[in-house]
Design a protein around this ligand. Structure first.
Ligand code: NAD
Length: 352
């Protein structure tokens, strides 16, 4: 086999394990920070208060208005708080919504970010920020966006309800799947992707039945971390672009859209990416990764059709039009007819 690739490591420090939040103050001291603004969603204010306790005098305040898709008006309110407290860094504790707010602040101020993730969405390992303004979502990449330190504390994930855990973990699998056939993929990313999918497939069924099991939660978070590294390091294809289009057009929930579209997008690309399929077969311990994925999704008791999460049927034509107007790299060339067939199946949930 011949190889030709570019590998760019992303600079971030990762602390992983159970009870690692206890190391937060030490990590903040390593960065020389003294006045941190803690970020959370309104639902996770109690957790933000716990983080304030862990930081002691290093905590300058809490801003707990983080929300999905990083609206710019929320960021502007948070920036006012940053200025009024003279904060010298942010600590984001939560899922992708909270991490997104930290990234949006860092983009505008270059303040260092420490993230304590509590879901499997993976934003903490990427230099990517999606923001919304006036109903439009734009995405950008850049070094200021990448968080400096990520403290993965398995104990913070124990409270994530099983269904949200499943959706979030399937979102993580989607990152790894597309990294396996990315135009800028490389051997390191492929190793991480295969191992990430393996860990999630092994752990998720256990987490569904026993959400408080720390061993299964640890394996799941480990897999999600690997998948997140894949997302940060490679360009995504049809699946991610389509989910972005659908989310924007019909205001569909992020993780649910990913979970529903993934098998159809993978089936679309499968004939052109045999090496990715070979890795996914190994990762899913099966000879048919697509069937294994559908089986796992059924076990998760989640919606399996776009029509069940609010997409109107006439939306299929609109989504095809929009997706065709914004071309992107994908292993299998995307034509309107193929895309329409994919979306019709995903809309009705016919399976692959
Ligand atoms: P989220 O952050 O919106 O969290 C979902 C809900 O679960 C929130 O109400 C949150 O408070 C709650 N929650 C989170 N962790 C919990 C826990 N351990 N216990 C109990 N409740 C908990 O959802 P998400 O899926 O993590 O993130 C979605 C957002 O992240 C989207 O805006 C998406 O676009 C973005 N995202 C960005 C990237 C990137 O690289 N830029 C990657 C993935 C996702």
């Amino acid at each position: 086999m011949s190889h030709a690739f570019v590998y760019q490591g992303l600079p971030s420090r990762v602390i992983f394990g159970r009870g690692t939040s206890a190391q937060l103050a030490t990590e903040v001291d390593r960065l020389g920070l003294q006045r941190l603004l803690i970020l959370s969603t309104p639902e996770q204010t109690a957790l933000a208060e716990r983080v304030r306790g862990l930081l002691g005098a290093r905590a300058a305040g809490i801003f707990s208005e983080a929300t999905m898709h990083t609206p710019v008006d929320v960021t502007e309110r948070a920036l006012e708080v940053v200025r009024s407290l003279d904060a010298d860094g942010v600590v984001a504790v939560g899922g992708g919504s909270t991490t997104g707010l930290g990234k949006a602040i860092a983009l505008r101020t270059d303040l260092p970010q420490v993230v304590l993730p509590t879901t499997y969405a993976g934003s903490e390992m990427t230099p990517i920020l999606g923001e919304t303004q006036d109903g439009r979502k734009t995405t950008q990449r850049g070094p200021k966006i990448q968080p400096e330190v990520v403290v993965y504390d398995v104990d913070l994930t124990l409270t994530l309800p099983p269904t949200i855990s499943a959706l979030s973990a399937l979102n993580a699998i989607a990152h790894a799947v597309e990294a396996l056939y990315a135009p800028d993929g490389n051997p390191i990313v492929s190793l991480m992707a295969e191992e990430g999918v393996r860990a999630i497939f092994d752990a998720l069924p256990h987490v569904l039945h026993e959400p408080g099991n720390p061993v299964a939660r640890s394996e799941l978070l480990y897999g999600a971390w690997l998948c997140a590294c894949c997302l940060g390091a490679s360009s995504m294809g049809l699946h991610h672009k389509l989910c972005h289009t659908l989310g924007g057009l019909f205001d569909l929930p992020h993780a649910q859209t990913h979970a529903i579209v993934l098998p159809y997008a993978l089936a679309f690309n499968a004939p052109t990416v045999p090496q990715a399929i070979e890795r996914l077969n190994r990762a899913t311990r099966s000879d048919d990764a697509l069937a294994a994925l559908m089986k796992l999704e059924h076990e998760c008791s989640i919606p399996l059709a776009l029509r069940d999460i609010g997409m109107p049927h006439e939306g299929v034509a609109r989504a095809v039009e929009e997706a065709m107007a914004n071309p992107y790299k994908n292993p299998q060339p995307v034509d309107a007819e193929g895309l329409r067939a994919l979306l019709e199946s995903a809309w009705a949930g016919t399976g692959v």
